[in-house]
Design a protein around this ligand. Structure first.
Ligand SMILES: Nc1ncnc2c1ncn2[C@@H]1O[C@H](COP(=O)(O)OP(=O)(O)OP(=O)(O)O)[C@@H](O)[C@H]1O
Ligand SMILES: [Mg+2]
Length: 498
């Protein structure tokens, strides 16, 4: 009998299922790209039915690689994109509206009109989050106010709200046949409805946003006997739920205070483990890193950057200057430098550390000399500049100088970007053998809960370095480039002010 842990990773760009072996190797993996729609400026939507159908398809494919009689899935971990809101009918099991994705900014004006500075400060105190459209609560409010089916289901007592982890867990555990309506503390910490200290729904926040209490999932720890899966997984135990960025940090074995990672996916997310709850004075947010079974929670500071890999998709889908994402590297390196072109991809405003909802995407420094190659290069460089900005904030907040940056996610196969990141941040950038750290983190959590792996020490032994990029830029050049970037950022801010 061979035992495996199954991780399901429902990202923004795509969904994957991976079976991990006891030595933390990938035995089987299946990936499906998922559709994002942009029906109007600022609106970003996904189809909840597609998220679940593609997840189910991925699970079926990897399960077909093992034998039904002699192999076993001992635990299941679920990790998903965070903040995105899904509304469904508990009776029919059907979604009631498109998912409003984390990058969607449609509720920004409502937030600014509804909450004055004092109220905003209070919300931040309770949640550790700046009051912006990024988080879930205002998206739930929008659905209740603008979608008749959602409002009617709330009236009838059939409405379930959830972040994608809740939707996937509910479906995996049986859906209309007894599915559990749950979420873990890491995902709940991004809704703007959970008290970051008590780890329960806050009556004060629920009242402020006017969300019916009964529509919200039950908050659980990140690991433990959370629920039992339905027929698809033949009753395997669901023992881990984690937000994708927290899962990536766990998969990078960032389990001690000061450990940090950056994931380069749709957006870029730096998490630095702080152990206990820390508050940022430099534009980072306080978040729960994980809570193992009945242990105390572990906290992190996070630098969330909205647009990185999705800018590469934008070059592909909107400008058509590349055919596939990986082609961006050849185009960007076909020129010696960006030709003093800077690209600030503030498509959803600027997130950390600026939190400027009124910013919009800006390309500056164009001349008749500029080509699509310069724009592609500036686009990749913007990912590294944005990440440097949040590293800088993390170092100021914690007083710890990062000695290296552990990286993962779809963009880390880009050698040019990784070298430029090391140069601009002036620290070594380190990539592990398994770059699917989001799924690995969910598998680690699920496996720990059933004793498949003993403790976090054992997990650390499975973290193996693959490649390292050392900084090689002169101080003068680096300072010059950073100051040009900062000037470009200042040009993007305030675009929406009237
Ligand atoms: N070689 C490459 N160079 C630059 N970007 C790339 C490259 N390959 C993939 N990407 C980008 O990486 C992103 C996909 O990364 P990943 O698979 O980690 O995303 P995801 O997990 O689906 O999304 P997320 O976790 O952010 O919700 C895409 O936006 C894609 O454009
Ligand atoms: Mg991901």
């Amino acid at each position: 009998m061979t035992s495996y842990v199954l991780a399901v990773d429902v990202g923004t760009t795509g969904t994957r299922a991976i079976l991990f072996t006891h030595d933390a190797k990938i035995f089987a993996v299946h990936h499906e790209e998922t559709t994002q729609s942009f029906p109007e400026p600022g609106h970003v939507e996904q189809d909840p039915a597609e998220l679940w159908e593609k997840t189910r398809a991925c699970v079926e494919v990897v399960l077909s690689k093992i034998s039904h009689t002699s192999d076993d899935v001992v635990a299941v971990g679920v990790t998903t994109q965070r903040e995105t809101v899904i509304a469904w009918d508990k009776k029919s099991g059907l979604p009631l509206a498109p998912a409003i994705v984390w990058q969607d900014t449609r509720t920004q004006e409502w937030l600014e009109m509804t909450f004055d500075a004092t109220k905003q400060q209070r919300i931040t105190e309770l949640t550790g989050l700046p009051v912006t459209a990024y988080f879930s609560a205002s998206k739930m409010r929008w659905l209740l106010d603008n979608c008749a089916d959602v409002a009617a289901a709330a009236e009838d007592g059939n409405l379930a709200f959830g972040t994608p982890d809740s939707w996937i867990a509910w479906n995996l555990t049986g859906g209309v046949d007894g599915g559990r309506h749950i979420t873990d503390v890491t995902n709940a910490s991004r809704t703007m409805l959970m008290n970051i200290e008590t780890l329960s729904w806050s009556d004060e926040l629920i009242t402020l946003f006017n969300i019916p209490r009964a529509t919200l999932p039950e908050i659980t720890s990140s690991t433990g006997d959370l629920a039992v899966c339905g027929d698809l997984l033949r009753g395997a135990p669901l023992t881990c739920i984690l937000g994708d960025q927290q899962a990536a940090a766990f998969g990078q074995a960032a389990t001690s205070p000061g450990d940090a990672k950056t994931t380069y996916g749709t957006g870029n997310f730096l998490l630095i483990n702080t152990g206990t709850l820390a508050r940022s004075a430099h534009g980072l947010i306080s978040t729960v890193a994980y809570q193992l079974a009945d242990h105390e929670p572990v906290y992190a500071l996070e630098g969330s950057v909205a647009v990185s890999g999705s800018l590469v998709q934008w070059l592909r889908d909107n400008l058509h200057i590349i055919e596939k994402s990986a082609d961006v590297e050849a185009l960007a390196t076909s020129v010696d430098d960006s030709g003093d072109v800077y690209f600030v991809p503030a498509f959803s405003g600027l997130f950390a550390p600026y939190w400027k909802p009124d910013a919009r995407g800006t390309i500056v420094g164009l001349t008749r000399f500029s080509t699509k190659a310069h724009i592609a290069r500036a686009a990749l460089e913007s990912t590294a500049f944005q990440t440097r900005d949040v590293i800088d904030a993390a170092e100021k907040d914690t007083g710890i100088a990062l000695h290296e940056l552990r990286v993962d996610g779809g963009m880390v196969s880009n050698d040019f970007l990784m070298q430029f990141q090391a140069d601009i941040a002036n620290i070594p950038v380190v990539r592990p053998v398994i770059t699917e750290t989001t799924a690995l983190g969910a598998a680690f959590g699920a496996g720990l809960a059933v004793g498949f792996w003993k403790d976090t020490r054992e997990l650390e032994t499975h973290w193996i370095e693959d490649r390292r990029w050392e900084p090689s830029m002169t101080d003068e050049e680096r300072h010059h480039r950073i100051s040009r970037w900062q000037k470009a950022v200042s040009k993007s801010i305030g675009w929406l002010d009237d």
